[in-house]
Each structure stands twice: as C-alpha cells, then as structure tokens.
Design a protein around this ligand. Structure first.
Ligand code: HCA
Ligand code: CU
Length: 432
C-alpha cells in the first residue's frame, strides 16, 4: 500500500509501548486541518483524455505532443492520455508521448478488463487509470455487470498491472450515485490488493461540496492508499468540489485546460489553481509555473477552436479590470483592496477602466499622467465630468476618452499644440 500521504490521512495518533500516559486525540477537535491536503496535492492533467471527449476536440499527434510538453513544463504531476484501445492512432500517440521522457508521469485511461490493460502496458504508459461504472444506472443500462463481478475483475486487473511494475488507480464512474456500502467494500478490497489510488468520479456533475467532503472523508477512513478525484461541472461546482475533496483528505485532482471534457467538462486547470494559490500560495507558486497558464490556455483554445470565456479566472479578458470609480481609486492606492489574485503572479497586468459613466477622477488622473499631460486635480475632475457626460449618451472607447482628455488639455490656458506626447497604452497599474 502506497500513497504519498494516504497513510497520514487514515490513521490518527500511533500508540507507544513505553509506559506512561498515551496522548489521546481530542474527539471534539476539528480534524479538517489534519486531513487536509490543500497545501499538498497532485494534479492529474486530463486534457489529452477527458479533454479529447470535448465536443470540438480533435488533437493530431503534433498538437498532443505540444500540449503534453507545455503541461510538463508547467509542472503537472501526471498527464492522462486517451485509452490506447480507442483507435490505432491513440495507441501510437500514447507510445510517442510515453517516449518523450517528460518529468510528468504518463498515464492512460482504460476500462476494467485485461485486454485494455495489456494494450496500455504495450503502449508504454507508466501508470494506468482503470475505471468501471458502479452506479445502478450504469450497471443496469451500460455494462450490465453486478458488484461481485466488478470486484473480481478489478482485483484481477490491478494484480496484472502491478505485476507489470506499473502504477495503478481504480475508479468508479458515477461514484456519487453508487451505493455507499458497495463502493466502500469495493475500495477496501482494491486497497487490500495494493492499488496505488482509488478514484472518486462525479461523472454527471451532481455532487455538492458538502457531499464531496462527506464521501471523501468517509473513504479516507476506509482506505490507506491515495485518493484521486474527478469532478464534472454540469452544476458549476467542479472547482469547489475539488477544493472540498482536498480538505477532506483527497490527494489528487483531475483537471483539463479550460475545463474541456464531456458535456461542459471538468475542473479547469487555471480556475483550480486560482483557488489553490489563494489557499496555499507557497506550495502552488513553488510547484507550478503560473505565468504559463495563459499560454497553455491559448494553445488549447486554438486547438479546439474556442475562445477563453470572458469571465474565466485569471485569463478572462476582464479578470483584472477595475471599472467603478470607487474601485479604481482604491486599486490605484493599493491593489489588494479589490484583488485576491495578483496578476503579476501569472505574468499579467491589471487594467483600470477610465472610459465609462462609472469612471472616477483618480483613474482619469492616472491616464492623464500616462498621456504625458499635466493638470491640476480640479482640471482632472472637470475633464472626468466630460468623459462621464459622453458615456451617459453612448458607450465610449479608450480613444474617445483620450481625445476628450487631449482636447480639454489643449483648451487650457498656456498649453500649446505640441505638449502631449505620452503613451496611448491603456492604464495598466503594476505593483502592490
Ligand atoms: C467518463 C469517464 C470518467 C472517468 C473518471 C475517472 C467519468 O464518463 O467518460 O476515471 O475517474 O467522468 O466518470 O471521465
Ligand atoms: Cu469525466
């Protein structure tokens, strides 16, 4: 039985043979910190498996290699690939990526049977993620197997994979709609034959964070191996669920770039790290190259022909844009006032909007400075009123606001035609 921190989570205080009082854990103590892996988790990046199930996805070999290399450079622990039995090209792609010699471990995803496992071993993967449906829906309407058959096959497949010297994870599809006793008995059994990880999958995206916490915490007390988690985003909980799973003692989280996957996908890599960098800044910043997130998202967005959503954490076009006068003023004084994430951690800059009816004079003052102009505060307030007056009539662009500022400046006594020469880049404010 394996596990980087699985054993930690399963047991409390160890006894001692030396005489004297044995310290006992306080039964009322909050155990969440003891179980929590919020500052010690691993990412299983599944853009090249779950992501390939996204409606628009078609990855040729070159694109797969490019994505795998970028994810590896970014620092993910594992890269999961489509099953080599899915198609001949999938088999060859798995071989090619396994041969790259990346730091990340190469996993492939297989159904729970020996034929799939043999093909995956032949394709050169370093670990196999085995999955089978355990909910009554999937047992009755998908593969038609009972729990006894599932348990027997699981043990057989796990033992075969281990005999080949590979890492193995066993997961149940649709875990949250599976019978709890069935699920725990199955996982206890696979743990006892030495599986490296068990996986909990919210295949239909039905689970709430509290349900996740409770299931993972219960499972943490039943198995001593690592616990991987996989959350679909149908009801918008995929990041929160991943976070709660870690709080409850899960060790691994599945992600995909931009969350692409079956239907509306799974926990997105970038959004998940936005959450985690707030909760565990040292761990996240030392382990992952956060300034690569935009480049990786752009690469995948282009490959699957989508745009990054406007409200995407970190990279949505307005993720670091501040608009209302009250916000702009505070941000210009100290960005922490209205930012929990620092754009510089991701190699990005913030932007203070200065061309709307909500604009305040502090933002305009900064813009005046960027344009290389000089005005008194009263003059800035007057030109701000002009910008707001136009913005009350129609939406205005940065150029509109700039020309109002320049025209106003030219009208000031003693200003000649040639005094303005500053940048015309939008207001970007750096530093804390
Ligand atoms: C799917 C399978 C899966 C597997 C998750 C896992 C799911 O439905 O395509 O291996 O843990 O969501 O159940 O992606
Ligand atoms: Cu899935």
């Amino acid at each position: 039985m394996c596990g980087t921190n699985g054993a930690n989570g399963a047991n409390g205080v160890t006894g001692s043979s030396i005489a004297g009082p044995v310290p006992r854990p306080n039964p009322y103590a909050n155990t969440s910190d003891f179980l929590s892996n919020v500052a010690n988790f691993k990412i299983i990046e599944s853009t090249l498996r779950e992501g390939e199930q996204f409606a628009n996805a078609y990855f040729d070999t070159e694109t797969k290699i490019k994505i795998a290399k970028a994810l590896d450079a970014f620092g993910v622990d594992y890269i999961e690939l489509t099953s080599p039995v899915a198609s001949e090209q999938s088999f060859r792609d798995c071989q090619a990526i396994a041969k790259l010699g990346l730091k990340a471990k190469i996993l492939t995803h297989i159904r729970c049977n020996l034929d799939d496992a043999r093909a995956a071993v032949e394709a050169g993967a370093q670990g196999l993620d085995v999955v089978i449906g355990t909910s009554s829906f999937l047992r009755e309407h998908s593969h038609g197997k009972d729990m006894e058959y599932i348990t027997k096959t699981a043990v057989e497949v796990i033992e075969y994979i281990k005999s080949q010297g590979l890492e193995v994870r066993f997961s149940s599809e649709d875990s949250f709609r599976s019978d709890l006793v069935d699920l725990l008995s199955l996982y206890k059994k696979v743990d006892s034959v030495g599986v490296n990880r068990v996986g909990i999958a919210d295949t239909v995206g039905c689970a709430s964070p509290r349900q996740v916490y409770e299931l993972i915490r219960t499972l943490r007390g039943v198995v001593s191996c690592d616990i991987e988690t996989h959350f679909h985003n149908d009801t918008g909980c995929s990041i929160a669920n991943a976070y709660c799973a870690l709080e409850a003692g899960a060790t691994h989280v599945d992600t995909s770039v931009l969350g692409i996957g079956e239907r509306n996908g799974i926990t997105p890599l970038g959004g998940f790290l936005a959450r985690m960098v707030v909760s565990a800044p040292e761990y996240v910043k030392s382990k992952y190259k956060l300034n690569m997130i935009k480049e990786i998202e752009d690469m995948v967005a282009e490959a699957v022909q989508v745009n990054t959503p406007f409200n995407n954490p970190i990279t949505g076009f307005c993720a670091f844009t501040h608009k209302a006068g009250i916000h702009a003023k505070a941000i210009l004084n100290n960005p922490s006032t209205y930012e929990i994430l620092n754009p510089e951690d991701f190699g990005l800059t913030r932007y203070v909007h200065f061309a709307s009816r909500l604009t305040g004079w502090n933002a305009v003052k900064t813009r005046v400075g960027q344009l290389g102009l000089t005005m008194t505060d009263d003059q800035v307030k007057e030109v701000t009123a002009k910008i707001k007056a136009l913005a009350d009539v129609r939406p205005i662009a940065i150029d509109d606001a700039d020309s109002i500022i320049r025209t106003y400046h030219l009208s000031l006594p003693g200003v000649s035609q040639n005094t303005s020469n500053g940048t015309s880049e939008p207001v970007a404010v750096n530093g804390a």
